[in-house]
Design a protein around this ligand. Structure first.
Ligand code: GDP
Ligand code: IMO
Ligand code: MG
Length: 440
């Protein structure tokens, strides 16, 4: 299950919903930059690293090898769940995952400041620098945290090395290596009971024919390779990332579910063709409560973008979609959908890889009628006002992918399940009746 836009599509809600059918839920990339909100019986849970399946006592949750783990934040998350009476003994952490260190956070924030007007608008959680160290092969992994003597030697060297960067490049005070060592040795002891060989564990679950749900963080357009580079995150949120970030072969994946909002949001810098600056943008932000789960930043809002929607279908090989936050559009007279872009009078139908070209794209819209009534209590497609159903059908046709789930509110029950994407007949969703037209 992946985000089909720029993140915050409602992946937390949909993962929680589908976790009822999953035996294992795996996070495979990203770190505490993610903020996944789950609302159950009026109680709100904000998860950054722990998979959104954690609220089901029987579900095993795995933080996979492709993630980057900030132990401090992870332990805070565990403590919060304990306080709420949620069991966390079924949470497992990959020994291959990389560890976010204090210098990563400092470098992330300081480098953003140095970039000035070219800043990326990161979450400031040290994600880029942690992945950079992984690529540079100087990173510290969970398995290293578990080996006390080696860790002490490794950290003494690394902290002193990073201090040169902090002091000389960013004019920041150095970190005390011994304090960092003590802090992280403490984290290591608390995390130790959760640490496993995650790929082996997932493979065993596959052999036992258990259902495994891979929960993406961020979204397709934030993908390091396929997103709006350089305004992206440093991991691979796309479906292919699930294989790499959890150590599972592509032949083991049965179905790919994309989550998209009924409109678009983006937090952080970077081009956003359908962004709305005026009244409608404000309305979407207010009705959608579009403030970041991790940083509290106001999210930029705009109309649904069918070009990036089709791109997400292609890049992820989507089988079906979950459309969230349809209820946010309830009060609008009319709703626009971007069907293509225009650059200097030339129509562009496909997402341009060049950031420069993408920044020049202006949307070509199709306007559909609004429905001007609440959808929050709809529980079947038949309950929906006709224009709302027509809107969903239009999105499915535009992207040539069926809609399996419609979400009409933050709570678990505010959902229309058109077809259960986990237990439903594999691929029967697409092209039923032998036609090429997607069904809903
Ligand atoms: P994620 O990062 O993809 O998990 O999404 P976030 O949790 O960051 O942001 C989605 C926000 O929308 C959260 O506050 C959810 O509680 C809320 N939400 C999810 N689905 C719906 C929906 O269908 N309608 C409304 N109004 N809110 C929703
Ligand atoms: P979830 O999982 C939305 C954005 C940041 C910034 C860019 C790079 O909740 O959907 P980073 O800190 O990753 O180096 O920042 O990516 N970003 C997100 N935007 N949702 C997220 O996660 C995000 N995680 C990172 O705002 O533009
Ligand atoms: Mg989020």
């Amino acid at each position: 299950m992946i985000g089909a836009q720029w993140g915050d599509e409602g992946k937390g809600k949909i993962t929680d919903l589908l976790s009822g059918s999953a035996d294992v839920v795996v996070r495979y990339q990203g770190g505490v930059n993610a903020g996944h909100t789950v609302v159950v019986q009026g109680q709100t849970f904000k998860l950054h690293l722990i998979p959104s399946g954690i609220l089901y006592p029987e579900t095993e949750c795995i933080i996979g090898s492709g993630t980057v783990i900030d132990p401090k934040v992870l332990l805070q998350e565990l403590d919060q769940l304990h306080e709420l009476g949620i069991a966390t003994d079924k949470l497992h952490i990959s020994e291959s995952a990389h560890v976010t260190m204090p210098y990563h956070r400092l470098i992330d924030q300081a480098s953003e400041e140095k970039r000035g007007s070219h800043k990326i608008g990161t979450t400031g959680r040290g994600i880029g620098p942690t992945y950079a160290d992984k690529s540079e092969r100087t990173g510290i992994r969970i398995v290293d945290l578990m080996l006390q003597d080696d860790l002490v030697k490794q950290l003494r060297w690394t902290v002193n090395y990073k201090n040169v960067i902090l002091e000389k490049l960013y004019d920041l005070p150095p970190l005390d290596p011994e304090a960092v060592i003590e802090e992280y040795l403490g984290y290591a002891e608390r995390l130790r009971p959760h640490v496993v060989d995650s790929s082996l564990r997932i493979y065993d679950a596959i052999q036992q024919k258990r259902n495994i749900l891979f929960e993406g963080a961020q979204g397709t357009l934030l993908d390091l390779d396929h997103g709006t580079y350089p305004y992206v995150t440093s991991s691979n949120p796309v479906a292919g990332g699930a294989c790499i970030g959890s150590g599972v072969g592509p032949t083991m994946i049965d179905r790919v579910i994309g989550v998209a909002k009924a409109y678009t949001t983006r937090v952080g810098e970077g081009p956003f063709p359908t962004e709305l600056d005026g009244e409608v943008g404000e309305l979407l932000c207010d009705r959608g409560a579009e403030f970041g789960t991790t940083t509290g930043r106001r999210r930029r809002c705009g109309w649904f973008d069918g070009v990036i929607g089709r791109y997400a279908v292609r890049i992820n090989g989507l089988d079906c979609l979950a459309i969230t936050k349809l209820d946010v559009l309830d009060t609008l007279d009319e709703i626009k959908v971007c069907v293509a872009y225009d650059i200097d009078g030339k129509q562009i139908n496909d997402f341009p890889t060049s950031a420069r070209l993408f920044a020049q794209c202006t949307p070509i819209y199709k306007t559909l009628p609004g429905w001007k009534q609440s959808t929050a209590d709809c529980r079947t497609l038949d309950d929906l006002p006709k224009p709302a159903l027509a809107y969903l059908k239009y999105l499915a046709e535009l992207m040539e992918v069926p809609i399996a789930i419609v979400s009409l509110g933050a709570s678990r029950d505010q959902t229309i399940i058109v077809e259960d994407p986990i237990h439903g007949p594999k691929r029967a969703l697409l092209y039923s009746n032998g036609t090429a037209s997607p069904v809903m």
